[in-house]
Design a protein around this ligand. Sequence first.
Ligand code: SF4
Length: 508
Amino acid sequence: MHETPNRVESSTAAPDPVPVDGAGCHAGRDQLLRAAAAAGKSATLERYARDYPQGPHEQPQSMCPAFGSLRVGLRMRRTATILSGSACCVYGLTFTSHFYGARRTVGYVPFNSETLVTGKLFEDIRDAVFQIADPALYDAVVIINLCVPTASGVPLQLLPREIKGVRIIGIDVPGFGVPTHAEAKDVLAGAMLKYARTEALQGPVQAPRGGRSGRPTVTLLGEMFPADPVGIAAMLEPLGLAAGPVVPTREWRELYAALDGAVVAAVHPFYTASIREFEAAGRPVVGSAPIGYDGTAQWLAAIGDACGIASERVAAAQNRVLPAIRTALVKAPIKARITLSGYEGSELLVGRLLVESGADLRYVGTACPRTPWSEADRDWLVAKGVRVQYRASLEHDLAALGEFSPDIAIGTTPVVQKAKELAIPALYFTNLISARPLMGPAGAGSLAQVLNAALGNQSRFDAMRDFFEGVGTGSSAGVWQDTPVDRPQFKDRYRARLAAKRKAEEPV
Ligand code: SF4
């Protein structure tokens, strides 16, 4: 953690913040939104509302969204990442970062009611940025405003654009404006692409570390398993194309190469701000991904089309890879009824692979919104009889679990928890499914191994259910002499009183 410097170098005035410390993602969403608008953040919030349209899932139901931005910053070389927010939020975010092996320092500029209210917090952030912006160590410094500083209007846009050649990127990532951590990755990736695009417009920029590719490249949008870009490169080779950088990038200079791609493959479909930058750079964007047999055939055709490649050459590239995918799928069948949910943005792609592996997939829920870049996947799944739910809430996912009684559920932590309670084998999407190759021939058989192993555990679940039979659930769970009696009428009374209080506080 970086200490807050005491030195004050600037007198740049911040707008009077509305006192919102103490509010957070578990309470006061509307209050935070109103405060942020009053504190001059309306334009940012309106852009987020357009980029990340809300639905039933409009609040974090999983981890804090800012984790997405933090993770993108922490994974970049020569990039310092600083958080500005409540200590409890920062504790959770640093904990999660290190849980996922960040092995990097997370900067923190703490605040208290006084520094927040007087505008001193912005001065402290400014000082911290000046202190850390050492060009020998960093290409960029990222500062992330969490909920309370965003709601208080801490004006990161007033930070210098660069200090001694180190780029300064200030972003607001409030849980009340950015619905998922997936989309928070886009907030930072989009801000960096915008900056890099402006630099490229102004003059020569750094080449990629390994030099520029001799062939036109395909920029890959969305974090993926490390083997996937290699597999994609092999599939592109017969088209005379090469795989470009993966965005979010691991290094600043890769941003220029990403913008320089002949076409952008929006493998993950929720990178709206990033796509805006690619389109501003004149790059065509192709949705979906080379996943399974049909997906790979369609994707190669779409890439070929976007790059003006002759149809015979596209057909040759397809013929080179599709038989291997078919063989891999046939060799690794999945025979099970499945429900699938997640918040990574790749849920529809995984759904396609499951169906092509022979699974009876009934439901795909994604916390991400519907965009044009997953439309082909949606159409394909719906044509196969799969229900697709965008901006799925936990309630949607649990309802699907109840409705379809799957042989195995793939989902987020609470879904997996519920499934296990019902003695249904279940797999975590993030840890076990997204952490495998999915693209091309390597991805075609990769899900069967983990799914079939989990399906083989049904007898253990049955044994556990029988063992725990009769120990009660909910408020009566456990072994009691006097079993607690639930009193739902108390909770109903509180709920009614809280609703009346909220109504009374609504502006007229
Ligand atoms: S920053 Fe994250 S953890 Fe903190 S209040 Fe906002 S959404 Fe919740």
